[in-house]
Design a protein around this ligand. Sequence first.
Ligand code: HGY
Ligand code: MN
Ligand code: MN
Length: 422
Amino acid sequence: MNRRNFPASAERIAADINALAGLTEPGRPYTRRAFTPLHLEGRSFLAEQFRKAGLAVHVDAGGNLVGRRAGNNPGLGTLMLGSHSDTVPDGGRFDGIAGVIAALEVARTLTEQGIDLEHDLEIVDFLAEEVSIFGVSCIGSRSMAGIRPSEWLSREVDGQTLAQGIANAGGDPERHEIRSDIRVFLELHIEQGPILEAERLSIGVVTAIAGITRIEVKIEGRADHAGTTPMDRRADALVAASRMVLDIEALATTMASGRAHFAATVGEFFLLPNAANVIPSHVRMLIDIRAEKPEDAKLFARALQKTADEIGSASGTTISLNPISEAAAVPMNSYLQEVLSDIAGVIGQGHRRLASGAGHDAAFIARVAPAGMIFIPCRDGRSHAAEEFAETNDIALGAMVLLEAVKRLDNEMSTTTDAERH
Ligand code: HGY
Ligand code: MN
Ligand code: MN
């Protein structure tokens, strides 16, 4: 299928992505974090586009924006497409957003082609997929799966709790809207890695989403005068933290040389009192661990504790490790991988299967429905940076794969009661 007569409109996709890119904190392209007024502005834009596409719009209890298109036979359940529109700070214009807009383009194209589905179709913008200002992620998709921890609701930033943030987004923090009617969930996302571009492939079919463990490290040293305190009588929290960061990088590099995907990063770091002439007394840092194999995450956590004990005693500091969140690795539905690979083989310009080192809402929706994901290439594999870039033609091609998958699965699942999908 040559790209010129694509039913999906690359121009429309580009217009939507650019409109959302314009909703960013001034001077911080691109920053539209969940639970901020800018995110709500982005939501209003999306709701308007959903309505123009003929979708009935609502926000569910979890704070997810949902556009719904009734099927001819609603008793069959719902086909769901979606991703997220919130960004990391100083992030990109495509991470999550490409998936929401591609899903919207599927809905538009179905209407333009006059196609009525048997199943209901839903397009979803999940709330707070990224690590939000509250330090936790996938708020909306965890709620849809009924597993958002209630103790998270009281997390507070600048006088706003997570519960209030969910309510401000239109949700109801007191309850989950756990879905049992979703027959299939499909998510398009930029790869956020270099493989598809390097191998000149247009579609990646995701095999599994790596597990994500986040551990808070607190290091307590002793504030002292930087000029008078002898070097051998210090309890310098920053020196201890620096040794830990280098040990974390070395251990993760060793583990990443294995066959399964592994990565560990210290991306969040706070230092007190942060004054030139005071020996640092406190450090708080967050470790983000990604493991395709659960046993690798456990092995790393044990080695981390050993390193912390050794560095603590050698530096006279107290180092504590506090697990913040732990999400297991999630395999994508094998039948959906087959369907997406078949379709990519017809529509795409080369495809392959690959694991995702990034986390996605699909990892949580997979708990309540068969879930599948496709990746499209991104320039130099960059993401979570303003340089993040994806070609709108690639997004349109991915949207076509989603469209063909929706049409095929709608047909298959309305003619057989129990096609092998799990
Ligand atoms: O952090 C992640 O893996 C995703 O981009 N939220
Ligand atoms: Mn992201
Ligand atoms: Mn994302």
